[in-house]
Ligand binder design. Structure first.
Ligand code: ZN
Ligand code: ZN
Length: 247
């Protein structure tokens, strides 16, 4: 299981026993911290996402994979990615945009990633719990609107962008909480891929075998058997065939 490493010194990140006020060592603003590294560096969510965005862009610009989950997993496993955090809001859309490009989709990937990153700045940490909208789902809607060059005045693509987000939220919501950025990110990647393929005529790939979570031990809020990616959940088939889409 990949360790989360500090974006300042590469030391291992550790959860604090209780949240406490710390100054971000990059922007010097104070926040309630839940993790520091072995050298006691604390990096706020915003600075963490900024650091992750550089790593993710590098992964996306250098992979030839057209498998959206495979690309997403490379970012899940990047040392800067925490078990949970708003970096997942960025990586879901990045995975979809990159897979779309590598499956023959007509986008300028570098520009698309930059636009997605800018939009993602409006989706902070804990968005799911506070606003009833998982950031991974919102990230999928953003990726779709970028792919289709949609805006507030469009007819079809405006509607489809809402529907893709809604489908991702339904998949996450029907399972229930607590949130898991890996579970909800994976559900959004699968759902988003299927809808993009259907609407855009692409053949973005997904794993054909059941996806089995590798992050359970890192997640104190893991829902165990209720998670479709739990190895003990034998019924779930969250693969390219397992999730039905309605829009
Ligand atoms: Zn450090
Ligand atoms: Zn900061």
């Amino acid at each position: 299981m990949a360790k989360t490493l500090c974006v300042v010194c590469n030391g291992e990140m550790k959860g604090l026993e209780a949240m406490k006020e710390e100054e971000c060592c990059l922007c010097h603003k104070k926040f309630m911290a839940r993790m520091t590294c072995s050298e006691e560096h604390y990096v706020c969510d915003r600075c963490q996402v900024e650091a992750c965005s550089k790593v993710y862009k590098d992964i996306c610009m250098n992979t030839k994979s057209d498998n959206a989950y495979e690309i997403g997993k490379m970012m899940f496993d990047a040392p800067c990615t925490r078990m949970h955090g708003p970096e997942h809001h960025l990586l879901v859309g990045f995975a979809l945009l990159t897979a779309y490009k590598n499956a023959g989709g007509d986008i300028d990937l570098e520009k698309a990633l930059a636009v997605h990153k800018e939009r993602n700045e409006f989706v902070p940490a804990a968005f799911c719990g506070k606003n009833g909208s998982c950031g991974a789902a919102v990230s999928t809607g953003a990726a779709y609107s970028i792919i289709t060059d949609s805006n507030i005045l469009c007819k079809e693509t405006w509607g489809e962008s809402q529907l893709i987000t809604a489908e991702c939220l339904t998949r996450a919501g029907e399972i229930g909480g607590p949130r898991c950025c890996k579970r909800d990110g994976t559900l959004s990647i699968i759902t988003g891929t299927k809808i993009i393929n259907k609407k855009m005529g692409t053949d973005i790939k997904l794993p054909t075998e059941k996806i089995v979570c590798e992050y359970m031990k890192k997640n104190p809020n893991c829902i165990g058997k209720r998670c479709p990616f739990s190895p003990s959940n034998k019924d779930a088939k969250e693969t390219s065939e397992g999730i039905k889409i309605f829009c």
